[in-house]
Each structure stands twice: as structure tokens, then as C-alpha cells.
Design a protein around this ligand. Sequence first.
Ligand SMILES: [Zn+2]
Length: 156
Amino acid sequence: MRREDYMRRAISLAADNVKEKSGGPFGAIIVKDGTIIGSGVNTVTSDNDPTAHAEVNAIREACSKLGSFDLQGCTLYTSCEPCPMCLSAAYWAKVDRIFFAADKVDAKEAGFSDAFIYEEIPLPYSERSLHTERLLGEEGKEPFELWSGSDDKIPY
Ligand SMILES: [Zn+2]
């Protein structure tokens, strides 16, 4: 299959998800060595899970199928430019590349704007609309000390 074929699959998943009323108009697939190893649609409303975006669902399925938290060698095809959460998930998963179809301007026109999150991230905590405050900073270092001293940890 060509890149365009994989993308049409992701777009088709997004359209079907709307018709089936399972969630938002988003679909994604993960491809490794020419095989689709994960696919996902937005299931925020049907699963009552605000993190259940198409890309996150596809990453979860691909990782489960591979039995790994590492998606190096994989490509993410998504029907829409990833939001900050999904973009971050793609980085954490270490996919090789991302292809998207609709962009964030298209998403905004449909009522899915994530621009405010991008605007919030560089702000000082005190200026964010979501109250964010450091608490027990010194005690919060204890898990890191345990991690650093652990001989059988699994780095990722
Ligand atoms: Zn997302």
C-alpha cells in the first residue's frame, strides 16, 4: 500500500466513526513494515474518556499487539493534525514519522480547537487558566531517588 492508501484508511475510520456515532470525527492507524498493527478512532464520548483520541487509541493497540511500549520503526497516519496530547504520545511512543490529512485550522472550523493548549504551555504557572501550583517539591523527589537507585528498572 502507498502512503495515500494508509491515509485514506485513517480518513475512512474517521468518517465511519461519525456515522456510527461512537465519537469525534477522527481516525488513525499505525503501520510497521507495511502492515497495519494498530488502528483507532475517537471514543471520548462513548468511553467517557477524554484521553481516548484516535491517535492514543491506535498507539495503545499497536503497543499491545507488539508487546512493547516502543514504536520505533512505525508510522502514524492520522486523519487530522495531532492535538498536543496526541503529538506528545507520538513522541513518547517514538514513532518514526507522522502523516496527517486535515490540519488544525480544519479542526477548528469544525469546533475542535486545541490552540488554547498550545498557548497555555509556555505560560508561567500563575498565568495559566488551569490552576497549577507546586506542592511538596522536596518530597516529590523521593520517587526519582528510588528510580535512580534501582538496578532492575526498565528505562524508556
Ligand atoms: Zn489528540
